[in-house]
Design a protein around this ligand. Structure first.
Ligand SMILES: OCc1cccc(Br)n1
Length: 463
């Protein structure tokens, strides 16, 4: 409540922030549209999730890396260049435009075309190329980073999210994909999510490639067809058929494509494509590895998984909630041609991205969000100002032993007791004259409400 002369009101006992209405215009306290603040309670949840990401990365002996959020636009929208064959270029530009149509791009003050990165894999490929011979393959790298898109705010969607990325560079066999899927399964297990809550759909871009070849669809249409069939299950069959027809695909080929992409059985796929087809052999090997890892109950073949990103060339996978209420939880796949689009020799690679949005919707849905309170070991409260020096000696020695200490001054004792409960402090240490005269301080154990006096150096002794 504003005071009549608009001076700041005296701080109240509980000291909640008091807004002062005044002639001064208040700055817009909201973050930019489509972005989020992380106040302590949200930051505790985010750190809890990210610590699980890090622990799983450690379990798989991945090394952490990081990149600028700001990248050159060229990394995400390639211009034609002699090193990229005309056809491949057309395919890539088509897809980049499709998959990055909401790039958060702009021109900086030096006239450079830059972007807030929409995903992390291209930065990772850039660093691998930059490091060249100085790194020995395979590389197993992970990072957790913020990614951006420029969404028209009419859709009210977020413009930023954080993504855990795990990538294996330099392994061409599907045992790399099997490792990545193990990481995802381990992560879900750590969060309390089971294979009855979530499944992982698996397919291969080579399925679509085989079908297009079967129906002699020209290569230059491959990319556009990918983006269209990626909508299967999200839009009606008519929309898919009409878009494929518009793209120049024959009715007979459309029927063939939709029939194969609706397959959910690997044996049926084998009947259609034959047992020698690469998509079939890759997928059969992967499912065999999954049996050995013991996570077969998490995965199923689903030919409709195409994944929107242009540069996938082999196995693709995505985790989904079995109730079908949410968007994909995470996804990834093999991208064996990304490096050559940057002008480097091709290096086999695969990876996944795991965002921080859908997983929290799922955890909320399943009642699995942890109750994370603030944790403090000791509160030191100064009862008599003249003892400030002694209190600081106590605080300093406690912190030296690794105990977190919340030093409280200028508060009433009633407030301090409430505060101690609120932040789950283990001990409340009162520094006051009556005890200090006997070389003691008063300690209250919040959990048991025991109260006693101890000498200062007994405070840091193991309890
Ligand atoms: O869904 C892909 C994506 C990319 C960047 C930012 C956000 Br929010 N979402």
């Amino acid at each position: 409540t504003a005071t009549k002369d608009n001076a700041r009101p005296p701080s109240t006992d509980d000291d909640t922030l008091v807004s002062v209405a005044s002639e001064r215009s208040l700055v817009d306290v909201n973050p930019p549209r489509g972005t989020r603040d992380f106040p302590p309670e949200d930051m505790r949840l985010r750190n809890w999730l990210f610590n699980n990401f890090r622990e799983v990365s450690r379990l798989l002996s991945f090394e952490e890396v990081d990149f600028p959020v700001l990248e050159s636009e060229a990394l995400f929208i390639r211009k034609g260049g002699e090193e990229i064959t005309q056809q491949a270029w057309a395919e890539i530009v088509m897809n980049e435009l499709f998959s990055y149509c909401q790039l958060y791009n702009f021109e900086d003050k030096g006239g450079r075309r830059v972007v807030l990165r929409p995903e992390i894999t291209p930065s990772l490929a850039r660093l691998v190329i930059k490091q060249g011979k100085s790194v020995s393959l395979p590389l197993k790298w992970f990072t957790i980073g913020q990614c951006w898109r420029y969404e028209r705010m009419t859709r009210g969607r977020r413009r930023e999210h954080y993504q855990w990325n795990m990538d294996i560079i330099g392994l061409s066999k599907v045992r790399a994909e099997a490792e990545l899927i193990h990481a995802i399964v381990l992560l879900f297990g750590r969060l309390g999510i089971t294979s009855s809550d979530v499944g992982i759909r698996i397919s291969s871009r080579k399925v679509l490639q085989a079908v297009l070849q079967l129906h002699s669809i020209p290569e230059h249409l491959f990319a556009e067809v990918c983006v269209i069939v990626d909508k299967m299950g999200k839009v009606s069959r008519d929309v898919i058929e009409n878009e494929l027809m518009t793209a120049g695909v024959s009715i007979e080929a459309i029927k063939g494509i939709i029939e194969v992409l609706s397959l959910k059985s690997l044996s049926k796929l084998e009947e259609v494509l034959g047992s020698e087809d690469e998509a079939v052999t890759d997928l059969k090997s992967l499912f065999l590895l999954a049996e050995h890892y013991g996570y077969i109950q998490w995965i199923n073949f689903d030919a409709s998984v195409v994944r929107g990103l242009a540069y996938y060339t082999g196995i693709v996978f995505e985790a989904f909630d079995r109730e079908g209420k949410l968007r994909a939880i995470c996804g990834g796949g093999r991208y064996d041609r990304l490096f050559s689009t940057f002008g480097s020799d091709d290096i086999p690679a695969c990876g996944f991205g795991f965002g921080d949005a859908v997983i929290f919707e799922l955890l909320k849905e399943k009642g699995l969000l942890p109750d994370l309170n603030r944790q403090v070991d000791d509160i030191v409260f100064l009862l008599d100002e003249e003892l400030e020096g002694s209190a600081l000696k106590i605080v300093s020695s406690l912190r030296q032993t690794g105990r977190s200490v919340d030093l409280i001054q200028d508060k009433r004792l009633k407030w301090v007791f409430k505060h101690a409960e609120r932040i789950n402090a283990e001990r409340l240490i009162l520094v006051g004259n009556s005890e200090w005269q006997r070389g003691m301080v008063r300690v209250k154990i919040l959990a048991t409400r025991d109260e006693f006096e101890v000498k200062m150096d007994e405070l840091t002794a193991p309890s």
